[in-house]
Design a binder for this molecule. Structure first.
Ligand code: FPP
Length: 263
């Protein structure tokens, strides 16, 4: 079993706290321990957020980008090492053409906007998914942003685009076989696009995995929030981290066994 996350003490400055935050956490300093090493997020609810305001779905997606920027910052500040977000699933191509085109443009423009701030924040961005379906232009922007931010060691932000959990398992299996190795869980894990997930967050109140990180979420703790993604903020994210810190992760063992071994 891999090493479990360490303890992090987080001290917030007043600027980092929204007024909403005080409702949940009245203290300036709090310790969340253990923190998840890898957090994955299904950012759901952009369409409903827009619809409730009589806005086009595109407005929801644009607000979704702002929410992603806020949560990336929160995650890095909290000490999360890997953040993987579901930006576009392999099934999302079935959406109306105008929405797909809009999402691809938003993806490209967001990557361009993020390259410099992520580099300065020490966050390495990677796009994970089947990139062969993207235009040459988008692939160039992806490659450029990955190159620009490659030196970041504070946190890795994986943006899952044209991603599907089944696809990831198949590509990993093919890679193992191509190397002439035996098919073992460890060998497959080494070829998957991202590592095992500790905390999976889904916004928008739906209770499904939607072909996200199927293999990697085998032992993930799953936090469902009713908040729609465009409104998901730092307070909500810290609530998820705090909830995670209180979970007993047994990995198939009993509580008594964990008490005996001390982990
Ligand atoms: C799900 O909400 C969201 C998506 C399919 C797209 C997620 C994209 C973002 C959050 C923007 C950031 C991504 C990019 C491109 C950088 P939904 O539209 O299914 O919402 P609904 O369930 O309310 O209809």
């Amino acid at each position: 079993m891999r090493e479990l996350p360490l303890t992090y003490k987080i001290t917030f400055t007043s600027e980092a706290l929204s007024s909403h935050f005080f409702l949940f956490f009245p203290l300036r300093t709090m310790t969340i321990s253990p923190l998840p090493h890898h957090v994955a997020i299904i950012m759901d609810g952009n369409g409903r957020w827009a619809k409730a305001r009589l806005l086009p779905r595109a407005a929801g997606h644009r607000r979704g980008v702002s929410a992603l920027e806020c949560i990336t910052e929160s995650a890095a500040r909290a000490g999360v090492k890997v953040l993987t977000v579901f930006a576009f699933s392999s099934e999302n191509w079935a959406r109306p053409k105008a929405e797909v085109t809009m999402l691809m443009k938003l993806f490209a423009s967001s990557l361009k906007d993020w390259a410099q701030p992520l580099k300065e924040a020490g966050v390495a961005l990677r796009v994970v998914g089947d990139k062969t379906a993207f235009s040459d232009e988008l692939n160039e922007v992806i490659a450029e942003t990955e190159r620009e931010t490659a030196g970041g060691t504070r946190m890795t932000l994986n943006v899952a685009a044209n991603y599907g959990g089944r696809w990831d398992m198949i590509q990993a299996t093919k890679a193992v076989l191509a190397k002439g190795k035996e098919l073992t869980p460890e060998a497959i894990e080494a070829e998957l696009t991202v590592p095992a997930v500790d905390l999976m967050v889904r916004t928008g109140g739906e209770y499904r995995i939607s072909n996200f990180l199927l293999w990697q979420s085998a032992y993930a703790e799953i936090f469902i929030s009713d908040v729609l993604w465009p409104e998901f903020n730092e307070a909500n994210f810290l609530q998820a981290l705090t909830w995670y810190s209180q979970r007993e992760r047994r990995f198939g063992r009993t509580s008594e066994q964990l008490e005996q071994t001390g982990n």
